[in-house]
Ligand binder design. Structure first.
Ligand code: NAP
Length: 245
């Protein structure tokens, strides 16, 4: 049976990814910092086990890989999904928040992938990095977040080449705006979220915000054996937002 590790699985896209794999019978280790959110993800789905872990903590990568291996005896898919975002213009960037974004969005996925690598080599598995389609052009107020995600896409391309001889694939799914708690978690007020959604809708040629399930479907699909010739790819799933003039 397929064994999957999903970070940031207590909400939004991560929860939808965990459900998508579990609903097809895969075993899932759902990782996040908040026990109650993970419990909600796992509710009525015995295929989903949960692990409370801050992916930026010392030793977290080894702890997560060891927990998955102990629970399932294998790791076939790693989904690096957890991330944090803090908006600020250059001149107003707080050092602690900048470090937190780089640590969470770039360094932690790197260390977790490394910790899972022996298992991924054994299974000839797949790494799916969740980045953002916004990181392909200048993005005011989001320079640190965008840089962390552009860096993650660079890891995808480089690791795809490094790991190809082992049969391990590495891909990125790059969402556009998706209806999740990300803005709330970034400290936006309800009124700011309403205005953000309006702006986002106007920028997406399809004229709407995406749903977490629409991102999860691509994560799941790219991890399938039938997608076996796709590696090193960054797939924008964003209603054409990143290709519009
Ligand atoms: N929603 C969008 O519009 C959008 C657009 C483009 C890309 N994305 C990307 O999609 C991914 C999922 O985001 P989302 O929209 O689903 O946002 P979300 O609901 O805020 O989910 C992020 C998850 O990451 C977890 N997390 C954060 N820091 C963590 C840490 N240090 N250790 C472990 N878990 C941590 C959070 O849970 P805890 O706080 O409980 O740990 C949360 O469940 C992210 O990579 C994001 O950058 C989202």
């Amino acid at each position: 049976m397929t064994a999957v590790v999903v970070t940031g699985a207590g909400s939004g896209i991560g929860r939808a990814v965990a459900h998508s794999f579990a609903d097809e019978g895969a075993n899932v280790l759902a990782v996040g910092r908040t026990d109650s959110k993970l419990a909600e993800t796992a509710r009525n789905r015995p295929e989903i086990r949960t692990l409370v872990a801050d992916i930026t903590a010392d030793g977290a990568a080894d702890r997560i890989a060891e927990a998955a291996a102990a629970e399932f005896g294998q790791i076939d898919v790693l989904v690096n999904n957890a991330a944090v975002v803090t908006r600020a213009p250059l001149g107003g960037i707080d050092a602690k928040q900048a470090r937190e974004q780089v640590e969470t969005n770039l360094v932690a996925p790197l260390l977790l992938t490394q910790a899972c690598l022996p298992w991924l080599r054994l299974s000839q598995g797949t790494v799916v990095n969740v980045s953002t389609s916004g990181a392909v052009r200048g993005w005011p107020m989001n320079s640190v977040y965008g840089a962390s995600k552009a860096g993650l896409d660079f890891l995808t391309r480089t690791w795809a080449v490094e790991l190809a001889p082992d049969g391990v694939r590495v891909v990125s799914v790059a969402p556009g705006p998706v209806e999740t708690e990300i803005a709330e978690n970034a400290g936006f007020s309800p009124e700011q979220i309403r205005r953000l959604r309006e702006t986002q809708r106007a920028k997406v040629p399809l004229g709407r915000i995406g749903r977490p399930e629409e991102i999860a479907w691509w994560v799941r699909t790219l991890a399938r054996p039938e997608a076996g010739f796709a590696t090193g790819v960054v797939l924008a799933v964003d209603g054409a937002a990143s290709v519009a003039m």
